[in-house]
Design a protein around this ligand. Structure first.
Ligand code: DON
Length: 568
């Protein structure tokens, strides 16, 4: 019987889809790498990319399309797309003005410094990652409403409606998604007292239709009541009830108080280009700028892509940047961050004065500077441009795949486990192996430090690149490598995104690298210089757009994931 229903639903969805595509076939194109004249969305799922482009085609601007894409991702990519998590959105309008909407989660009001330690002061394993207590107060809905009310053109209801339809009518899951749901089945059942939409009687297969009725109702409340549809009323009550059930601490009051923040982007010049990125509470922007400035004086172009000299230089710069992160970075509303000093050219030259061209400097010899004054992981990045030239670069997350796997009963959405991004105990590594101290300790209402790095690059005042990536601690180093692949190594955006990646984060003291990213001669040479090198699975999943000289837009959806470019 179930099978019959699935087949019937599949047929209905297929028909709807084929009607849509036959009507729109001539008007948009999609693929991993495409070139279009007008607008484009590159995101982690074909459904969200299509929805974003449909909003552009209905007269929406890049911000309308981004908000529609983000809500659609919450439906079609629950691994990381969300309304129960948070992120950062970098916006650049056609006149060159830039803005960051920080919709990072916050610690609940009764969170406390030692909340993840047992009575002997040891970290209680899994508490900051696998339980209701791992959730911060979600920021996504407020962030989207803020971005839309500042910059959107279409009515909010038009922008959120496609996500509601997608949740109600369902969509065919991809092969990888079917695997994700199957491998997480046990956790979904264990962590929820009911069977969320992601659990069905038999195993998921590619093409099965996922319908999310509770989520559709939650999205309707947001459509009809805006912020109040999530942060108060029924949704807030359901979140608070879910929290009580699982001994979590996000309260209705926390939800009422949550506000996203507009922040001034960070920017820097690099070899005649301007890099625009996000400020704290993400560490990503500062790390990206530090890496660009620390490596700038060296001749990486001559050394070549991922040659041992290039890898050595970048790894040494990364060790220094991540050591600084551990000491200085946190929520700017709680700690005074010496941002200007940390990205000061002289300071960074000084940091690199201990760089030894012939050998690796052990991480234990590298301490944070003194400026004056492994993993089941899933985050997602999308890039948007409209035909006018307005652009959005946004990264959003629940932290790891499906967050803490807790679905708010009757509201149909997953909660984040972002509290693990705090330093739960000084020197104790979080799930990305990142260590931190006082600056990123747990405090009530504080935002946990992030590595998300949605960024853009300009040349002569004109937009050139929009990019970002998931990948926890590897996010800023991934964004850095794609930028230098284009600016220094002259790759086109498809090649730059495809190219093999590597990563060093100070601690642990090793370079992790993707298969074939570094050739065997360079690997041998790097080992002889004192490096530990470890091959790992893919690093990051970049969704990028490059604006070509004649004004056409070239999209690159990373082949490392089911990412999809769609444009017209
Ligand atoms: O904000 C951060 O830095 C992390 N919570 C991001 C997590 C992530 O990228 C996982 N994805 N691959």
């Amino acid at each position: 019987m179930n099978k019959l229903i699935t087949i019937l639903l599949g047929l209905i969805a297929f028909t709807a889809c084929s009607v849509k595509s036959s009507k729109e076939k001539s008007t948009f194109i999609e693929g991993k790498e495409i070139i279009v004249d007008s607008g484009m969305v590159v995101s982690a799922h074909i459904q969200s990319s299509r929805i974003g482009v449909s909003i552009l085609q209905k007269g929406g601007n890049a911000i309308d399309a981004a908000v529609a894409t983000e809500f659609a991702l919450a439906v079609c990519y629950p691994e990381a797309g969300n309304i129960g998590g948070g992120g950062f959105m970098l916006i650049r309008t056609i006149d060159g003005k830039t803005d960051v909407i920080d919709y990072r989660e916050k610690a609940p009001a009764i969170a406390s410094r030692n909340m993840y330690l047992d009575s002997s002061g040891n970290v209680s394993e899994g508490l900051s990652t696998n339980t209701h207590l791992s959730s911060g107060v979600p920021g996504t809905v407020d962030g989207m409403i803020t971005a839309h009310s500042k910059y959107g053109r279409l009515p909010f209801s038009n922008v959120i409606q496609p996500a509601i339809d997608l949740a109600e009518k369902g969509f065919p899951v991809s092969e990888r998604q079917a695997e994700d749901f199957n491998s997480n089945r046990h956790t979904f059942i264990e962590r929820n007292g009911f069977r969320p939409a992601f659990v069905k009687d038999s195993a998921w297969k590619e093409g099965d239709i996922l319908i999310q009725r509770d989520l559709a109702e939650t999205l309707k409340r947001i459509r009809d009541h805006g912020r109040d549809g999530f942060y108060s009323g029924r949704t807030a009550r359901l979140i608070a009830k879910e929290m009580k059930k699982g001994k979590g601490i996000v309260s209705e009051q926390d939800l009422k108080e949550y506000k996203s923040v507009s922040r001034i982007p960070l920017n820097t010049d690099y070899k005649g280009y301007r890099i625009i990125t996000v400020p704290p509470p993400s560490s990503g922007g500062i790390i990206l700028i530090q890496l660009l400035k620390m490596t700038d004086p060296y001749t990486i172009k001559e050394w070549g892509f991922n040659s041992f000299e290039t890898v050595h230089l970048i790894a040494e710069a990364e060790k220094r940047a991540f050591a600084d992160r551990s000491e200085y970075l946190g929520d700017p509303e709680f700690v005074k961050i010496p941002v200007e000093q940390l990205i000061n050219r002289k300071y960074l030259l000084y940091r690199m004065s201990t760089f030894n061209e012939r050998k690796a400097t052990p991480s234990e010899e590298i301490k944070p500077g003194s400026p004056e004054g492994y993993i089941s992981e899933e985050t997602t990045h999308y890039s948007v441009i409209d035909k006018y030239g307005n652009a959005v670069s946004a990264t959003t997350t629940l932290n790891n795949t499906f967050g803490n796997s807790v679905v708010v009963d009757s509201a149909g959405f997953l909660l984040n486990n972002q509290m693990d991004d705090f330093s739960v105990k000084p020197g104790f590594p979080n799930m990305y192996g990142l260590v931190g101290g006082e600056a990123n300790s747990v405090q009530p209402r504080k935002r946990m430090l992030s590595s998300m790095s949605p960024s853009m690059v300009e040349k002569d005042g004109k937009l050139l690149l929009i990019l970002g990536s998931p990948g926890g601690s590897t996010i800023p180093t991934t964004v850095f490598q794609v930028i230098i692949n284009v600016l220094d190594f002259g790759m086109n955006i498809g090649q730059a995104v495809d190219a093999g990646r590597f990563h060093h984060q100070w601690l642990p003291d090793l370079i992790s690298y993707e298969k074939n990213a570094i050739d065997s001669t360079s690997l041998k040479k790097l080992r002889s210089m004192g490096y530990i090198l470890q091959e790992r699975s893919s690093i990051g999943s970049v969704n990028a757009i490059m604006i070509l000289p004649g004004g056409k837009k070239s999209g690159a959806a990373d082949k490392r994931g089911n990412n999809s470019s769609c444009g017209y």
